[in-house]
Design a protein around this ligand. Sequence first.
Ligand code: PLP
Length: 748
Amino acid sequence: MSRLISTGARYLTHRLLYMNVYDPSLVSVNTRCVLSYLRTLPRYKHPVSLLSTLCSLVDEKNIVLLGAPGARKTRVGVILGQLTGLPVIDIAEVLEKTWHMSVNQKLQQIGDELFLQEEGEILKSLSITRSIITLTGSNPMHPQSMYHIKKNGIIIYLDVPLEDLLERLEGMKVDHIVGLRPGIPVQEFLQCRQQFYHKWYDIRILCHFGDTSETVAEKVLDALKRHQGSSAFISTRSIAKTPELMKDPSTFTDVLIEGLALDGGLYVPADSLPEITVGEWQRLVEASYAERAQVLLERSVHPDDVPPVKLRKMVKRAYGQNFTCNSIAPIRHLTDNLFLLELFHGPTASFKDFALQMMPQLFAYCMPRTCSYLILMATSGDTGSAVLDGISCLSDNDKQRISVLTFFPEEGISLIQKEQMISYEGENVKTVGVKSNFEFCQTTMKQILTNSNYTGFLTVEYGSALSTANSINWACLLPQVIYHASAYLDLIKQGIIAFGDPVDVCIPTGNFSNVLAAVYAKCMGIPIRKFICASNQNNALTNFIKTGKYDLRYRTVTTSLSPGLDVLRPSNFERYLHLVAHGDGQLMRELFSQLDERNHFQVPDTLLRRIQHNLVSDWCSEEECLAAIYSVHKSAGYILDPHTAVAKVVADRQQDRSCPVIISSTAHPCKFAAGVLQALGVKEIGQHPIDQLQMLNSLNSLPSVHKTVLQRIGKIHVQNWQDSCPADPNVFMDTIENFIQQKFMRVI
Ligand SMILES: *Cc1c(COP(=O)(O)O)cnc(C)c1O
């Protein structure tokens, strides 16, 4: 250990000499502090190993602390220096030594603007490695010097609660802070500063109210370990359990671009999902939806894949102006202990917007610049329009490189869903109807995506690659975790529960992405108790959860009023099985090849008990669904869409009334206007979608009319549209090739 500390001290001496600010007393204080401090820490009985792991963690990089005045960067920096043995360089101190006067004096002498420039120049001239650097509060306002620091540093933002900052600043003299003068409200000043901090950080430490500097330093160390630890992904069918065993672990960028793993499995993180602490969640209770999203995403996506500042831009685009409700995913009391989580305020009126307003942006950011991408989609109705809208929000530049082809089943989806999709026809998007059901579309899509001969051919011939943007793709699941967490936080905000209280969720289940996202929210610390899965008569999954037998031998999909649930082989269920089977890829291979070959499998009893530990399931008939829409409208003046109605029926049957139940309301009723009007007993239902929508609106019930859908449907003429194809995989492949030919240039 002494060797490491003296190395640290040598470094510091060297650096300070280089900077002409050498002060021998500083070094000896540092060394003494480390020794005495380490002895007092029971947690770090083996400082040598801690030091060596951390040194290897940061390589040659600096650990750079950034934050508002009053964030205690300097104190946290000193403690971190003591814990790690790395030299600590406090920029304020460097400035004062260089200027031979205090920061305060300098500021009064030359004013804000020159001050920023001079301090920036000094920061830019520093050449430091393997140190802890604590920035001044104003450093981040000088871009050039920050680029310089960022090149060789992991930048950590100490995000301290406003209350703490205000209290601390009150005790400080404010005349030595850039931009803060008596008379300027401190809160306003701090909010204005935030944008500069947001621009630079790699990792944010969400400090809790009243955290001591020691606690914050420990949080920094934990975050650094996470940052350097494995962020690899494996396929659910991968036999190698740890990424070390695999030659070439996949990153977030890889799984986002590839979508489906080549072995036919789905990508999942090799390690567990990041956990968010109670204190951190509590800070998010008062936060906006976008801020909650930001925190969850930056925790789950490594900054080397997508830096937080880019995520912030994407979040703003995704959950900014284009939702019809400011709170994005509001929660509404229905009756008794039942709450509706309204997930239909996005531009295409279903919960698919949450994933698909975000995912295309991530895709455009991460995709390799060397090739064009065709995103293939099989849709049960709602995914199609959601991805088309998401793609339409991309920049023109990105649209040159990304196109979308959606296949939807002509059987089953509603007229309004169909019109929605067609209304997006444009330069880089195409929609094709298939004379079959969703199962066929989804299975064919999977076959095409894993057919390496075919995909290889497209790449060689056209410089184009295929990917997919439905919930098979990991990047679609993350944005769904956010609204489950957000709903829980909103119940706290409304005073209905306190953090830690259980809630149940009840979710109309098709491909199992929504339930899985709720399970992930629990893994990240939201105390959801039961996950109630609701299906319609296509109940292979809910039956399996009850019996452990997955049996498709005597089943075919039947169409229903709730097409999002017309699924017999929910792709995301494999991720759940993999999770509860503790990552047993071999078992996944066996089970799913049995399902492919023999159309059924059965899981061992021990596994079934683990599945049932959290999951409850049931299904509801078409009649019950219609009756629920009718009775809720009558008693509460609220119109449920058919998917939500299925969940309501199942929630009533399966819940034990001991805690709040959050029902995912996955679509706006207007998308299924014909079915809903039928349920409400309307006798003469108009043939045209626009008539149906107006009829629904005339009932003056909640939820209020979805303006975006209304506008879109008003504009289009479905009669002229006739892209449809037979249920034949070869025709799919021809369609794909033709579209690529049209869209992307041929490679010569
Ligand atoms: C897709 C969809 C579902 C099913 O969600 P999964 O995540 O696939 O289980 C439920 N309701 C609606 C309205 C949908 O569009």
